[in-house]
Design a binder for this molecule. Structure first.
Ligand SMILES: [Zn+2]
Length: 167
C-alpha cells in the first residue's frame, strides 16, 4: 500500500484574515492596558515603600531586643546601618508629588527636643521617614507617638485611599 503523507496547506501557517484578527485583538488589548501602565508603576513603588517601612520597623525592633530594651536614641543611620539594616531605604510616594528620599526626619526631632519643645518634630507632610527617639513624643500629624515608632510623614493618601502616616 502506498502511503500518502500530505500536509494540508492551511495548517502550515496563518491566513491573512487570521493575522489581521490577532493584530486587531492585540491592538484592543494595548488600548485597554496602556493607559493603566503609569498607575501600575505607581502602585509598585507604593508597595516597595510599604515593604521598606516594614523593614525599617523590624530593624528598629531587632535593635531594641539586641540593646536591652532600648530603642535607638540617635540617628537611625548611626544606630542601624549596617548592623541592623544594609542601608536606609528610599521613601517613594510617587502619586503625592514628594521626591524619593532616604532621609529620616530625626535630626529635626532632636532639635525640637533640645529646644525644650519635648516633641517628636512638627512634621506634617514632608514625605520622608519619621522616627521618634524620645518617650511620648507629639507629632502634629500623628498625635502622640512612642519611642521607637517609625512612620511616614505624609498626610496624603496612597492609591488605596489610606493616609500614609497611618501605616
Ligand atoms: Zn504627602
Amino acid at each position: 500500500m502506498k502511503q500518502i503523507s500530505k500536509v494540508k496547506k492551511a495548517a502550515a501557517g496563518f491566513t491573512l484574515i487570521e493575522l489581521m484578527v490577532v493584530i486587531v485583538i492585540l491592538g484592543l488589548l494595548a488600548g485597554v492596558i496602556a493607559p493603566k501602565i503609569p498607575q501600575f508603576i505607581t502602585k509598585a513603588r507604593e508597595a516597595k515603600t510599604k515593604g521598606s517601612l516594614a523593614n525599617l520597623k523590624s530593624a528598629v525592633h531587632i535593635y531594641y531586643i539586641d540593646n536591652n530594651a532600648f530603642y535607638p536614641t540617635t540617628s537611625l543611620y548611626v544606630s542601624l546601618v549596617p548592623k541592623y539594616i544594609k542601608e536606609i531605604p528610599k521613601c517613594e510616594l510617587p502619586a503625592n508629588g514628594h521626591v524619593a528620599t532616604s532621609v529620616v526626619g530625626q535630626s529635626a526631632v532632636t532639635d525640637a527636643y533640645s529646644q525644650g519643645y519635648g516633641q517628636a518634630g512638627m512634621f506634617t507632610d514632608h514625605g520622608q521617614w519619621m522616627y521618634c527617639e524620645i518617650e511620648d513624643g507629639i507629632d502634629v500629624a500623628m498625635g502622640t507617638v512612642e519611642w521607637g515608632d517609625v512612620w511616614i510623614g505624609c498626610t496624603h493618601t496612597d492609591l488605596e485611599g489610606t493616609i500614609w502616616s497611618s501605616y
